[in-house]
Write a protein that binds this ligand. Structure first.
Ligand SMILES: Nc1ncnc2c1ncn2[C@@H]1O[C@H](COP(=O)(O)OP(=O)(O)OP(=O)(O)O)[C@@H](O)[C@H]1O
Ligand SMILES: [Mg+2]
Length: 443
């Protein structure tokens, strides 16, 4: 090849390389907005980085500032991974990874056997050699001046990496680090949320039985099974029972919430639940004493419908709506509970127009209600409207959030309306079978 041919060849290789780097950067930038999960992003990084860096294994380790550890989070390899897998960790301080991460300068080791001979105590080198790796190219992931972690490219063959690979990496390092940092941040948040939900579940679960026991023992005392109480003693025990019941309700909300947050809500739909007898009536019985105490009456207008749904969960929803009407409704007024069948036209996946049947529940009470701008707060977690009229009314602000999650799980919808100062109405609907069987109303 003549000198000018060699020049053309080099020029071509250079341009091809440049084009490859540009393409990789584009791929990485798209990842910022892709909404992909951490592992999906790393899969894309794996595929795209092959255009500019050779490897038959790529792994990612994150640096945790809190404990000073670098922990491997993701490994993908063409060959079997025996030792240096997910979860492999090392202390950053004093390690050979520290200067890479701190100075942001990649490192090439092209013969790990030779490297081990020079550093016989290196546990990581021993382990990676056992995995059959011969060359290693370690790259820092940094965003601004924050150390995120390290990206390891490895090969079964010695002498795989050249200084040009360092240039390739540095060219895309910023786009890569930002893409990884963003998904890692989202992943960390999801993990934190999961941990919080698990702690919540654990605490609530442990509280439930002792609280129930306090209420039961209190009940035994007031009923005089262990000796007659004076009026004053009885009044104190009643208060103890009321407070325990308040806590039991709170604990129930927290258990539901934690299961929703971890995605572990137990959803066991029955094929044909009698909505009046299995959902509405039992909860009306539970709310009756509280309604009576506030001088309220509960009126009903019920169609006898059966629906495929989880009766236990629907009871939670209906109980909260009715309980809210009793708590936040006006004293000595009426609450109206309705259950009706409604049908709407909808489009099936096939594009066909179909008639869809729904069971529509509603609970309406007189009372202060809520203003239109408060509507969006109602179904959010831990939100209470704190109307002056409801001072002293207890609640965790979770009931409607939980209710909404349960209704969504049924493929339904929940909504609320109010005329402030006059009334409030909460409605939800769940799908019925196409040709809903009607059960006969009792005579
Ligand atoms: N019928 C209603 N009339 C007026 N305000 C209501 C009514 N129902 C709910 N709200 C308002 O919405 C808030 C949220 O209700 P939600 O059921 O989620 O929580 P809560 O009743 O405070 O507590 P929990 O149900 O968890 O015991 C209530 O605190 C109250 O301010
Ligand atoms: Mg409530």
């Amino acid at each position: 090849m003549s000198e000018s041919e060699t020049h053309i060849q080099d020029d071509l290789t250079g341009r091809l390389h440049e084009a490859a780097v540009q393409m990789v950067m584009e791929d990485l930038k798209h990842l910022w907005f892709s909404g992909k999960s951490l592992f999906e992003v790393l899969d894309v990084v794996y595929d795209t980085m092959r255009h500019i860096i050779p490897f038959d294994r790529m792994s990612v380790a994150f640096y945790n500032e809190e404990n000073g550890l670098v922990v491997s989070r993701w490994v993908r390899s063409e060959t079997e991974v025996k030792r240096v897998d997910k979860g492999y960790w090392a202390e950053l301080k004093g390690s050979s990874l520290e200067p890479i991460l701190r100075a942001g300068q990649p490192r090439i080791i092209n013969n790990l056997e030779r490297h081990l001979a020079a550093h016989p105590d290196s546990r990581a080198t021993q382990d990676i050699l056992k995995d059959g790796v011969m060359s290693n190219f370690t790259c820092p992931l940094r965003a601004g001046n924050r150390a995120i972690g390290l990206l390891f490219f490895s090969s079964r063959h010695p002498d795989t990496y050249q200084p040009s690979h360092v240039d390739s990496f540095l060219a895309v390092a910023d786009s890569l680090s930002l893409a990884v940092e963003k998904v890692k941040y989202i992943d960390d948040l999801a993990q934190a949320k999961h941990n919080y939900a698990q702690i919540l579940y654990f605490v609530a679960h442990e509280l439930k039985a002792p609280l129930a026991s306090i209420a039961t023992i209190g009940q035994t005392l007031t009923e005089g099974y262990v000796g007659k109480l004076t009026a004053q003693q009885s009044e104190k025990v009643q208060r103890m029972i009321a407070n325990s019941n308040y806590l039991i309700n709170l604990v129930r909300d927290y258990l539901d919430l934690s299961q929703i947050e971890t995605g572990e809500l137990r959803f066991h739909p029955g094929p044909a639940v009698d909505l009046v007898e299995e959902v509405i009536r039992p909860m009306m019985e539970i709310q009756a004493p509280a309604a009576k105490a506030r001088g309220m009456t509960i009126e009903t207008d019920l169609e006898y419908l059966v629906a495929p749904c989880d009766a236990t969960l629907l009871k939670v929803v209906f109980n909260n709506l009715l309980g809210n009407a009793v708590k936040y409704g006006r004293e000595n007024s009426k609450i109206l509970v309705r259950l009706v069948r409604r049908s709407f036209f909808d489009y099936a996946d096939s594009g066909e127009r179909v008639r869809q049947y729904w069971a529509l529940f509603s609970v309406r009470n007189d009372g202060v209600g809520f203003a239109p701008e408060q509507k969006q707060k109602l179904f959010a977690r831990f939100q209470r409207l704190n109307h002056p009229e409801h001072k002293g009314v207890t609640g965790s602000g979770l009931g409607l959030y939980i209710s909404r999650q349960i209704i969504l799980r049924h493929g339904g919808e929940i909504a609320a309306d109010s005329e402030p100062g006059k009334w409030a109405e909460f409605r939800f609907r769940i799908p019925l079978r196409q040709e809903p069987p009607l059960v006969n109303a009792p005579a």
